[in-house]
Ligand binder design. Sequence first.
Ligand code: NAG
Ligand code: NAG
Ligand code: NAG
Ligand code: NAG
Length: 551
Amino acid sequence: MARARVMPLVALCALAAFAVTGAQVVPLDSSKQVLDWSRQSNIKPQNFSLTEEDRLQLLGRPEEVTHRKLRERTRVKKKIEPVQQDDEALVKLENAGIERSKAVDSAVLGKYSIWRRENENEKADSKESQRSLGEATADAELPKSASERAKAMGQLLAKARDQLYDCKAITQRLRAMLQSADEQVRSLKKQSTFLSQLAAKTIPNGIHCLSMRLTIDYYLLSPEKRKFPKSENLENPDLYHYALFSDNVLAASVVVNSTIMNAKEPEKHVFHLVTDKLNFGAMNMWFLLNPPGDATIHVENVDDFKWLNSSYCPVLKQLESAAMKEYYFKADRPKTLSAGSSNMKYRNPKYLSMLNHLRFYLPQVYPKLNKILFLDDDIVVQKDLTGLWEVDLNGNVNGAVETCGESFHRFDKYLNFSNPNIAQNFDPNACGWAYGMNMFDLEEWKKKDITGIYHKWQNMNENRLLWKLGTLPPGLLTFYKLTHPLDKSWHVLGLGYNPSIERSEIDNAAVVHYNGNMKPWLEIAMTKYRPYWTKYINYEHTYVRGCKISR
Ligand SMILES: *[C@@H]1O[C@H](CO)[C@@H](O)[C@H](O)[C@H]1NC(C)=O
Ligand SMILES: *[C@@H]1O[C@H](CO)[C@@H](O)[C@H](O)[C@H]1NC(C)=O
Ligand SMILES: *[C@@H]1O[C@H](CO)[C@@H](O)[C@H](O)[C@H]1NC(C)=O
Ligand SMILES: *[C@@H]1O[C@H](CO)[C@@H](O)[C@H](O)[C@H]1NC(C)=O
């Protein structure tokens, strides 16, 4: 059975809103203000950790809260206007989000993309359309003619109206995005997939606000307060180590909190969080204020990894050249959404996507460790994970759950088997596996020069003939015959696109994964899956409340 290729409902709703309102584009330029914060991230952390007293001071004693809020308001206002929670600020924040997502979209990398077959069925029932909304990728194509599309749209809108979707909520959210979108949207070029991706990649206002407030407060901390305790644990191979690469502070907090809350011996767990410049202060501040119990955490900035440069890393080289082409050939003719931006920094995809590719450099990032559990930031941990360190990988490098069982995620779905380099080296029926919760044996990795294998394939894919987007296809090639299948209950997938996962399967899972576009922090999240995630957020937290983040 082929998966449907239709206009996702988000796009339909957004288009409907656009058609109805015919709203004008109001370009706002809050992006610069947002980005300038990144400049301050070169302050080096010193010793000392945050004391209980500091924490109280930052979070505020009850009698101080009002006072502090006033001060904070002044400070925030002075420093960074988009934090204000009025309408204008909301629009500005949204625009900043759009700016960010433009940069992502211009990148050749998509976090959740897959190779699509040429001949997919265009008809869809409602479940399929929801799936397609969840799984849509930039390389999916539009229906062939406008009339076909109009028909498909009409049918889907009719279905959407009497089914589970709250179109209004989605349209409201997406209207602002759509309004500021330029020709590409109106030219109807790949907009269906584009819009659902935009929704998926845009950081919502609340999280943006949270990140900015935390950033401000981080840089107001005296340098000696910025250090995390227990740094002696970071390289101790007897502890349980996690790699978490994220630019979303709320998502990262859920991963860490859920892991610790369900750990039998929290003091034995160590989190290695890597983020980007933009979120470095916020991530530090969050975990200084909310330390993960007795566990250990530290935060690094991917831009500080000097060894990760374009002379070493093929994907960076490819990105930089693509970014340059974009800059020189498209800047004056804003044909694409990405070209409308005037901020070169936003167009440099390195900031946003290198975090994705960092998974191919684990021994370089953690030279002293022999095993590490890689976690995506769109997961929730529901059980003690230490059993994973006992699993015998049988000399393999990667422990992962396979995905070809109930559906059809085999190699030919992700890779171009018309290309001899693929056809001659791989089995099209080989079972795919999932990123999101992977045990990596770093000793075997080094022995087998996994990073070298990855570089080889990434170099061969310069013209994108082997695969289109993402890290899974190169991962499948790199870890071919080096992947040990883990029991499926360790990692249950699809909460970001599949509306029909068995409840018992979710409840039994050690880790649930919101892969797909319907992330739990977005309004388009599937409501029935959201509680598994929101459970690990303290909505009474001063910062969370202050940014109007609510269930
Ligand atoms: C930080 O701690 C180390 C040892 O724990 C000490 O030698 C060093 O002087 C400290 N640095 C500062 C700035 O206090
Ligand atoms: C680039 O990375 C390589 C190895 O990863 C390193 O030897 C080199 O010094 C780096 N170049 C710069 C300019 O940092
Ligand atoms: C697949 O590979 C073949 C051979 O290199 C190439 O001609 C074809 O364009 C590729 N398909 C896609 C969709 O890139
Ligand atoms: C972690 O989650 C629990 C349960 O929801 C919550 O009570 C706690 O405040 C959270 N901890 C942090 C540090 O956010």
